[in-house]
Design a protein around this ligand. Structure first.
Ligand code: PGA
Length: 266
């Protein structure tokens, strides 16, 4: 597992966007579709903006990119401003040349939610699996909505959100916990680990405790992102604040190891 400690959020976002652009362009040169797993949340906003900028500068096209989002709340309308359908359109899809039929987001209003989840897994398989899964990390170490205790062999399914997550996400629902949906559909830990590459982005102090567990602790479903340690091509890209709780030795080790991949964009 690689760990890139960038000086700030902008550098995290820029580096991640450039990495994704390179991978998409590589696939395009081989005439291959690129399958990209995507998160919502505040962390990826900078990356999405850099990807949009690169599209506007004609450095990348999303015409042959197929996306699968990680998760969606159960029971809120797709045009609700806090639905992940809405989020993705507003912050990314409406600004690039992705084809509508290549966008996949779980339907949290499906009549048969279990079938919806199983069909999602089948759809991922039918396009040859996910090439690169981009994700964030929750303060409790969750990845997508795989809350602490989620099995590493989990697939797409319905999950109950923890109080930690409901509190964290209430900032998007007028700071009112009662307005936050209590369940969500989410890809599983195994769905994410099955991707050929996984990049986890994190910034800010609120992620420091979880990142210390993931980087220095053992593999544990108590901190589901720690499953990344099992992945052959897992990368964490974070800012300085997000590694506030790792030891000085670990910090220096990764800074030295990745010194050629660190950038500084204000
Ligand atoms: P955030 O959420 O990017 O809004 O911090 C990340 C997550 O909960 O996975």
């Amino acid at each position: 597992m690689r760990l890139l400690i960038q000086p700030n959020y902008n550098s995290v976002s820029y580096w991640t966007a450039e990495y994704i652009i390179k991978e998409i362009n590589k696939a395009q040169q081989k005439d291959k579709k690129f399958v990209l797993g995507l998160p919502t949340g505040s962390t990826p906003l900078g990356t999405y903006q850099y990807l949009i900028n690169a599209y506007n500068d004609k450095r990348v096209s999303f015409k042959d990119v197929i996306t699968f989002n990680m998760d969606e709340y159960v029971g809120i309308a797709e045009d609700h401003p806090e639905s992940y359908h809405f989020f993705m359109r507003k912050n990314f899809f409406d600004h690039i040349d992705i084809q509508q039929e290549n966008i996949n987001i779980l339907n949290g209003n499906a009549e048969d939610l279990e079938k919806e989840c199983n069909d999602y897994e089948e759809k991922i398989k039918s396009v040859g699996g996910i090439d690169l899964f981009l994700g964030g990390i929750g303060p409790d170490g969750h990845i997508a909505f795989n809350e602490p205790g989620s099995s590493f062999t989990s697939k797409t399914r319905i999950k109950t959100l923890t109080e930690d997550t409901i509190v964290a996400n209430s900032r998007f629902f007028d700071n009112d916990m009662t307005k936050v949906p209590k369940t969500a559909l989410t890809v599983g830990v195994e769905t994410i680990l099955s991707a050929k590459e996984v990049i986890i982005i994190a910034n800010g102090h609120s992620k420091a405790r979880a990142l210390a567990k993931v980087i220095e602790g053992g593999i544990s479903q108590r901190w589901t992102v720690s499953a990344l340690q099992l992945h052959p091509k897992g990368i964490i890209v974070c800012d300085e604040q997000a590694v506030y709780e790792i030891t000085v030795g670990t910090y220096r080790y990764f800074k030295q190891l990745e010194k050629d991949n660190l950038i500084n964009i204000d």
